[in-house]
Design a protein around this ligand. Structure first.
Ligand code: FAD
Length: 305
C-alpha cells in the first residue's frame, strides 16, 4: 500500500515542488545522492575509491522533454568522463545512463546518438557505460540500442530486471563472452501481465537469472541489497569457479555501507551506484518505495517547513 503511494508520489509534480522546497528533505536526499554537481560526485567517488569501492556515476534526470535538454545531459556526461580521467579515477569509475534522459521518448535515434557520444567519451577515458533499465515499455528499445552500441563499444553494460517475466530469456541472450549484465529486481510499478507481483516470485526469478548469468560466459553484475540473494550469488560464484574480476556486486550509494565494506574485504569486486544532480525527486521516491518504513523521514522533512 505505502509502496504504491510512493510510486504515485513519484509522478506528482505538486508533491515534487513541496518536497524540494522543504529544507530538511535535503537531509534525506544527501543519504542517497552524492551532491548537486560533478565536483561533489567526484569527491564522493574518490572517497569510495579510497575504501576500495568502484563506482558507477549517474546524473539524475528522467524528465527530458526537449532535444536541448537531452543534449545537455549528454554534454554533462562527456564532461564528467573527462574529469574522471583527469582525476585518475578511471577505469574504476564508470557511468550509468538512462536513455529517457537522453531523449528516448522524443526520438530513439537521437537518444542512440547521444548515448554513442557518451560511449565514445568513456572509451577515450578508458572506462565503460551501463544503460539503466526503466519501465517495461522501454525494454525492447533499450536492448536494441544496447546491441547497436555494442558493435563499436562491446563493453557497454545492460541492466535486466528480475521482476519482468521476459528476463530469463534476456539473460540467456545476453550471457555471451564479454557481455556485462547488471541484474536487479526492478524499481518501477509494473502490471501483472508483464511482471511478477509477489516478493517471493521476484526473488525466485532473480535466482534463476543469476544461475544463467553465473553459469554463462558474460560478466554478471549482481545488483541487490538482499542478504539472501547476496549469499546465493557468493555461493554461485564459488560453484561456477568465478574469481575476482569475473563478476561484481553492486549496491546503491548510502544503502548498506557495512555490507559494501564486508563484500570488498571478502575479496569481491564491489561497485557503488552513485547518483548526483538536482533532479533527485523520482530517484528518491523509488528508494522510499523500497523501504516504506522510511516514510517518517519524509513526513518529518515536510512538517519542518
Ligand atoms: P529489496 O527487495 O528492496 O530488499 C530485500 C532486503 O534487502 C530487505 O528485506 C533488507 O534485508 C535488505 N535491504 C534492502 N534495502 C535496504 C536498506 N536500505 N537498508 C538495509 N537493508 C536493506 N532498478 C531498475 O529498475 N533499473 C536499474 O537500472 C537499476 N539499477 C540499479 C543499480 C544498482 C547498483 C542497484 C543496487 C539497484 C538498481 N535498481 C535498478 C534498483 C533495484 O531494481 C531495486 O529496486 C533495489 O535494488 C531494491 O531491491 P533489492 O534487491 O535491494 O531488495
Amino acid at each position: 500500500m505505502l509502496r504504491s503511494l510512493f510510486f504515485a508520489a513519484a509522478g506528482s509534480a505538486r508533491l515534487e515542488r513541496l518536497v524540494e522546497s522543504a529544507p530538511a528533505s535535503l537531509g534525506i536526499v544527501r543519504r542517497f545522492v552524492a551532491g548537486d554537481d560533478g565536483e561533489e560526485a567526484l569527491r564522493a567517488a574518490r572517497e569510495l575509491a579510497d575504501d576500495g569501492l568502484a563506482v558507477s556515476l549517474v546524473h539524475l534526470g528522467e524528465g527530458t522533454e526537449t532535444t536541448a535538454q537531452a543534449q545537455a545531459v549528454r554534454d554533462e556526461y562527456v564532461a564528467l568522463l573527462g574529469r574522471l580521467r583527469h582525476a585518475g579515477l578511471t577505469p574504476a569509475a564508470e557511468v550509468s545512463v538512462k536513455l529517457s534522459a537522453l531523449g528516448q521518448r522524443i526520438d530513439e535515434k537521437m537518444a542512440y546518438e547521444n548515448a554513442r557520444a557518451i560511449c565514445a567519451a568513456a572509451a577515450e577515458a578508458g572506462t565503460t557505460v551501463t544503460l539503466d533499465a526503466e519501465d517495461h515499455g522501454t525494454t525492447d528499445a533499450t536492448l536494441e540500442t544496447l546491441l547497436e552500441l555494442r558493435r563499436d563499444f562491446p563493453a557497454t553494460g545492460a541492466v535486466l530486471q528480475a521482476y519482468l517475466r521476459r528476463t530469463e530469456g534476456d539473460c540467456r541472450e545476453l550471457s555471451t563472452a564479454g557481455s556485462r549484465v547488471r541484474l536487479c529486481k526492478g524499481a518501477y510499478a509494473e502490471p501483472e501481465s508483464v511482471a511478477y507481483q509477489s516478493a517471493l516470485d521476484v526473488d525466485k526469478s532473480y535466482v534463476r537469472c543469476l544461475n544463467i548469468l553465473m553459469s554463462g560466459e558474460g560478466y554478471p553484475m549482481v545488483a541487490t541489497h538482499d542478504p539472501r540473494l547476496i549469499a546465493i550469488a557468493e555461493d554461485r560464484a564459488r560453484w561456477f569457479d568465478r574469481s575476482t574480476g569475473e563478476y561484481e556486486f553492486q549496491l546503491l550509494y548510502g544503502v548498506r555501507q557495512e555490507e559494501q565494506a564486508r563484500l570488498a574485504a571478502g575479496g569481491h569486486a564491489v561497485r557503488v551506484y552513485l547518483p548526483y544532480g538536482t533532479q533527485w525527486y523520482g530517484y528518491l521516491m523509488r528508494r522510499l518505495a523500497e523501504r516504506p518504513g522510511k516514510v517518517t523521514l519524509l513526513a518529518q522533512a515536510l512538517s519542518s517547513r
